[in-house]
Ligand binder design. Structure first.
Ligand code: H2B
Length: 100
């Protein structure tokens, strides 16, 4: 079922509240890169985020190399062909809290 897409003002607000995140995929996603001390810390972060994501039934796209984790959030079910929704804002907030 389709999820409402954020409008331009809501996306602007999201980026203001989560200033470490940037728009990606032509405005249909947000992305943030996390740099940790080592792989163990990066994987610990990913483990915590994975549990949160599963509990929210909303899952990140991510890429990990050693201590770096690139996270992309988008809602596949938003609008006609995917986009940003409140689900992404909620998960971004939770991820920021995990990262501290
Ligand atoms: N994660 C993300 N990032 N976008 C979605 O649209 C999405 C998801 N949809 N996780 C969920 C699961 C959907 O497939 C299930 C059926 O609710």
């Amino acid at each position: 079922m389709s999820v409402p897409e954020l409008d331009a003002a809501e996306i602007e607000q999201l980026l203001e509240q989560h200033s470490d995140w940037a728009l990606a995929q032509g405005g249909k996603a947000i992305t943030r890169t996390f740099q940790f001390a080592d792989f163990s810390e990066a994987w610990g972060f990913m483990s915590r985020v994975a549990l949160l994501a599963e509990s929210q039934d909303h899952h990140p796209e991510w890429f990990n190399v050693y201590a770096k984790v690139e996270v992309t959030l988008t809602t596949h079910d938003a609008g006609d062909s995917g986009g940003l929704s409140l689900r992404d804002a909620k998960l971004a907030r939770a991820i920021d809290e995990v990262a501290g």
